[in-house]
Design a protein around this ligand. Structure first.
Ligand code: ATP
Ligand code: MG
Length: 239
């Protein structure tokens, strides 16, 4: 559905974050992206939503190169939803209900439809009681759940999550995984970055590994996670 082909990208100050990166995100598949701090995972994800534009190479949506005009990007972001690594970057409304309903309303739903989506998303993540709370007073983990509810409310075809379980307590992680399982059963593709190799092993269909701006492999979980050299690179050589 979404493909990164030979993408290079340098941040400000000339920091090279992506070098000839390749990744194929297949429809309905759960892909875990592993890689050490600074490997380029977040930078790659920001390309998958058109927030960053490659310096070279291309991004393909349904096999065709993406465009960066307002209209194309609007449709692209209705189909692909993303939970940013830091929920502070994602929440901007005064209270939880307004924030979660923003996406559905912006996508053209009426108040009733948007309210139903908000109800479902808050319930799925076990945060109904936060509905009327001011966003700036929430804890980090609560903000993360609210940001995720905002993405779930949009029912994207592909959901990209940048370290979704980081900072969540155990019940929060379970609710998140249950909500993602439900989406996956309905056919939603899920691409997530994580430092939790157990999560990748137990929950993904495919794993991709990044190192120094390049995706060094992508394949079935068993194959990738049983490769001793890759495990050593990720610091998991004791497994
Ligand atoms: N806004 C920025 N300006 C300059 N350099 C940046 C910026 N954001 C990231 N970088 C650099 O780009 C490289 C890739 O960073 P990125 O955030 O994509 O890594 P990551 O794999 O997501 O790491 P982490 O596991 O810590 O989240 C790093 O060298 C980082 O220092
Ligand atoms: Mg990151």
């Amino acid at each position: 559905m979404l493909e990164v082909r030979g993408v290079g990208y340098s941040h400000d100050h000339g920091v090279v974050a992506l070098r000839n990166a390749n990744l194929a995100v297949k429809r309905g598949v759960r892909t875990a992206l592993l890689g050490n701090n600074g490997a380029g995972k977040t930078t790659l994800f920001l390309h998958l939503l058109g927030i960053l534009r490659p310096s070279c190479g291309e991004i393909l949506l349904d096999g065709r190169p993406v465009e960066y005009g307002r209209k194309f990007v609007g449709k692209w972001r209705q189909r692909v939803g993303m939970l940013l690594q830091d929920p502070e970057d994602q929440l901007f409304s005064a209270n939880v209900e307004q924030d979660v309903s923003f996406g559905p309303l912006a996508a053209g739903m009426d108040e009733q439809q948007a309210r139903e989506r908000v109800d479902q998303a808050l319930e799925a993540l076990g945060i109904e009681e936060l509905r009327h709370r001011p966003v700036h007073l929430l804890s980090h983990g609560q903000k993360k759940r609210v940001a995720l509810a905002g993405v779930l409310a949009l029912s994207p075809e592909l959901l990209i999550l940048d370290e979704p379980t980081a900072g969540l307590d155990h019940p929060g992680q379970r609710q998140l995984l249950a909500a993602l399982h439900e989406l996956h059963c309905q056919g939603t593709g899920i691409l997530f970055s994580t430092h939790d190799i157990h999560l990748a092993r137990s929950w993904a269909d495919e794993v991709a590994v990044m190192d120094q701006g390049t995706v060094i492999c992508q394949g079935p979980v068993d194959k990738v996670l049983n490769d001793p050299l890759l495990m050593q690179l990720l610091g998991y050589d004791e497994f």
